[in-house]
Design a protein around this ligand. Structure first.
Ligand code: SAM
Length: 288
């Protein structure tokens, strides 16, 4: 089966921050010709400016995308308000948080209904930097992940590329297939409720309004809020997903946030700063 967005629905547009103008691509002075060529293509693909730092100065108010230690990393602006100095990048190989397999006792696994010998196919509608997708894939589930923000998709694809090339992470990385674009543009891939078991588990973790600049909001989330904005069409995404093949839909939310739909979740799992609302098929969807 061809895996690509349905051309009729490929243009699901939403407005968001003008991130292209906030980012500059720069390379280290000793970059090879090959890297410079790749960087030119990436700058074009992401529609961001590639700055030659040998004759142009660095913009203190811009984010900088650069290549360091075999990885693409996004540095916050030098003159930034509370975004810190650390780059945003995806590192499944070295970062210890990805070194542990998710157990079936953990909230995300419970929400996904994972049991000892059950490893359902998972659809992650909002891949972001791939943390949930990775955790689910670490249990042995195959994860089809969608990310519509080109820069976020680029960083995650880069992290998966390195994970695929490393013997310790290769097997998990191969369980994740990442697709660029709004998940709804791939509608043709998913049957409706007549075949509920084909894609049984759906996960979504949309962006919510920034709560505050307190230490509670991690710096990488603050960078996300600058560049990605809010997913203010999350309710529509959820409503669409529930008409597709599935037996369980999980929505990750802050503990105090209202539910995404007027339907009551069948189960709620709260743990620390997150809440998982689990939904079962609606009667209406089953009838259609
Ligand atoms: C809060 S982040 C998800 C974080 C992710 N769960 C993780 O573990 O890293 C939400 C992401 O979902 C993406 N997104 C929101 N709606 C989407 C849609 N309809 N299709 C594809 N991606 C979407 C946003 O661009 C954003 O990067």
């Amino acid at each position: 089966m061809a895996l690509g967005p349905n051309p009729g629905q490929a243009k699901i547009l939403r407005s968001g921050p003008d991130w292209h103008s906030l980012i500059r691509l720069i390379l280290p002075g000793d970059a090879s010709d090959e890297l410079a060529l790749a960087a030119t293509a990436i700058a074009q693909q992401l529609a961001i400016e590639f700055v030659d730092t040998s004759n142009q100065s660095i913009c203190a108010d811009c984010f900088h995308l650069t290549y360091t230690s075999d990885a693409w990393q996004l540095y916050p602006p030098e003159r930034s308000d509370g975004l810190g100095k650390h780059p945003l990048w995806v590192d499944f190989v070295q970062n210890p948080r990805f070194g542990q397999v998710l157990t079936t006792r953990e909230p995300l696994a419970k929400a996904a209904g994972l049991r000892a010998n059950q490893r359902p196919q998972i659809i992650d509608l909002t891949a972001g930097l791939g943390r949930d997708a990775w955790a689910l894939a670490s249990t042995g589930c195959s994860v089809m992940a969608f990310e519509r923000h080109p820069l976020v998709h680029f960083l995650l694809a880069d992290g998966l590329r390195r994970a695929q090339a490393h013997p310790n992470t290769e097997a998990i990385a191969q369980k994740i297939s990442l697709h660029l674009g709004d998940a709804r543009a791939y509608d043709g891939l998913f049957p409706g409720q007549e075949d509920p078991e084909k894609y049984p588990v759906w996960v979504m973790d949309p962006m919510f309004p920034e709560r505050s600049k307190s230490a509670l909001v991690k710096k990488d989330m603050r960078i996300f809020h600058h560049l990605v904005g809010q997913d203010d069409d999350a309710e529509e995404l959820f409503a669409w997903a529930r008409t597709r093949s599935g037996v369980r839909w999980i929505v990750k939310r802050p503990p105090q946030a209202p539910t995404i739909s007027s339907d009551k979740p069948a189960m709620v799992i709260t743990s620390g700063r997150v809440r998982f609302d689990c939904y079962l098929p609606t009667r209406k969807a089953i009838k259609t």
